[in-house]
Design a protein around this ligand. Structure first.
Ligand SMILES: *Cc1c(COP(=O)(O)O)cnc(C)c1O
Length: 369
């Protein structure tokens, strides 16, 4: 074979960070390994989902590209029009549809701008930059919340989309309804605001924003939801957006055909049909989250509130040291450079071992001076 000629990819490829997927724990003699690195549901899906997988036969048939049955079931469940729902391969698929529909590069080379908080979900820069748009990252406040004033101040004539992640992955805090309403008064009507609610089921804070209520009042708001987290269907890849018809008409044009398989669609419906069992699993995760947050506070560790199935340890320079210590206890957790560590709420034994690890760790995060 001849020396391969370089086949040049689009220049944007050199600007994409790699998505670092959470890894399983390396085995340690005598310890059950736990994966606390991808915000997965430790209890898995409800039994009715397993029954769907076992019964499923139409593997050689293409799925319904519109996921009609799931959208109708969701419409009933959420009390919204099924017309306003567009499904995707996970909410990541739904997010990609929205961003690529509204933001990119113009023929004269100017780029649309997409604003989001940082640090937030690590897929955002990949999705925005690969669409050809310019991402504007607005730093979180000192207490790891979205700085909505600074995000509003970052809006320019080129801003097309703003992504708001609540509760925020990886730091945990949720925005209040009042904060989001006040923010929306500063956003031009022709800018689409995406409320990414991947963790909405885990919220217990009474004044946290209800994104569906916000979407009902504002034509320029879209909501992202997923079956990956609370419903425990991460591997089946099913999520959706909720927005108004003047938005969904374009999303349907751009959506990847057949992105949601019939088996994923039927599993999602089965999960909604057994929502009480899903809620029991969520309640267990929430109760464990509270135990972990209380345990960390008892150790004197200063960590932000979390309304998701995760906790954030702002360990700064000691992040790599903590990752190693976790590895020695067969716990896979997710480190972000020298910023901090995100730990998923897992099985009871995993959370207990995590708290013990923190108790044994030389020094936790202390309040910023
Ligand atoms: C996990 C996650 C998603 C997407 O997950 P999917 O599996 O693609 O549905 C989206 N947003 C945030 C903030 C997440 O943490």
């Amino acid at each position: 074979m001849n020396e391969p000629q370089p086949i040049r990819p689009r220049p944007v490829l050199s600007q994409l960070p790699a998505y670092a997927a959470g890894k399983p724990a390396a085995p340690v003699e005598g310890l059950t390994p736990y994966k606390l690195s991808s915000n997965e549901n430790p209890y898995g899906p409800v039994p009715a989902v397993r029954a769907v997988l076992e019964r499923f036969t139409d593997i050689c048939r293409y799925p319904d590209p519109l996921s009609t049955a799931l959208r109708e079931r969701l419409g009933e469940h959420l009390q919204i029009s099924p017309q306003d729902i567009v499904t995707g391969a996970g909410s990541l698929g739904a997010l990609t549809q929205i961003v690529t529909t509204y933001a990119g590069t113009h023929p004269d080379g100017t780029q649309d701008e997409v604003i989001y908080a940082w640090r937030s979900f690590e897929a955002y820069p990949i999705v925005v930059r690969s669409a050809g748009a310019r991402d504007i990252q607005v730093p979180l406040t000192a207490d790891f919340r979205h700085d909505l004033d600074a995000m509003a101040a970052a809006i320019t004539e080129r801003t097309r989309v703003i992504i708001v992640c609540t509760p925020n992955n990886p730091t945990g805090p949720a925005l209040t309804g009042a904060e989001v309403e006040a923010f929306l008064t500063k956003v031009p009507q022709d800018v689409l605001v995406i409320l990414d609610e991947a963790y909405t089921e885990f919220i217990t804070q009474p004044d946290a924003v209800d994104a569906l209520e916000v979407y009902r009042r504002h034509p320029n708001v879209a909501v992202l939801r997923t079956f990956s987290k609370a419903h425990g269907l991460a591997n089946l890849r099913v999520g959706y957006s909720v927005s108004h018809p003047h938005v969904t008409q374009y999303l349907r044009v751009l959506a990847t055909p057949f992105a949601v398989s019939s088996v994923a669609e039927q599993a999602a419906i089965a999960s909604l049909d057994h929502i009480d069992e899903v809620n029991e699993r969520v309640a267990k995760v929430v109760s464990e989250r509270e135990r972990v947050l209380t345990g960390l506070a008892d150790l004197g560790w200063d960590v932000p509130d979390s309304q998701g199935n995760l906790v954030w340890l702002p360990l700064g320079d000691r992040t790599p040291e903590f990752l190693e210590a976790a590895g020695r206890q067969a716990l896979a957790v997710r480190g972000f450079g020298t910023e901090g560590v995100r730990v998923t709420i897992g099985e009871e034994e995993a959370n207990t071992r995590f708290l013990q690890l923190c108790a044994d760790f030389p020094e936790g995060p202390t309040p910023a001076a």
